[in-house]
Write a protein that binds this ligand. Sequence first.
Ligand SMILES: [Zn+2]
Length: 227
Amino acid sequence: MSTSVLYHAFQIEGVKCNSTSFEGRDIVFQAEIAGSYIRCPNCKSDDITFKDHKERRFHLPPMGRKQCFLNLLVHRTLCKTCGGLHWSHLPFMKGKSPLSCSFIRTALDLLSFSTIKSVAEFLKVGWDSIKDLHKDKLKLLYNRIEIKDIEYLSVDEFAIAKGHEYMTVFTDIRSGRIVHAVEGKDSKAIIPFLRRLYKKAVNLRGIAMDMSPAFYSAVKQELPHGI
Ligand SMILES: [Zn+2]
């Protein structure tokens, strides 16, 4: 039951909850990593040996007025396939931070209509932690976007005047920022930018678009390596 609460309420995947305790005003989920998730974080091999273990405590978003925590037993493993020595890593973790990704999302939601100080007080964490999250968000929103860093783009056209005048915009899906806009909606309009992508977007993994035959054939022609 608590394992599904962790998954559905806090998006914690890959753990098995062993017990739930109520410590004063806190709810604490005691858990271990599910067997199928104990693998090398580098090459994903499950041919590993255990070298060490420890307990890590993660902040989860609050339930009502109760603070919630996950106490998770993590392992240090030696991979027999790639030789890597690593501590466990699951998708909800952000490096060495004690803040889970769902906690970070909650903090960022609250920051959209509240101050850093109020969010820190409400979530009962230090001002510095929330300030750092805010700084990361601003960096993502306002730093110059390098084409080489883009992983997923969307391309769409919209009318700019009554009649048949259109613009085509390319948007970085991760940040929601427009990275390129051009007048027109045919393949001639978008091919110059697609050629820049072909040369520079080394991390590009996908482009989302509607079923416009002009976009589809231009992308297929200019980015032939299976995007
Ligand atoms: Zn490995």
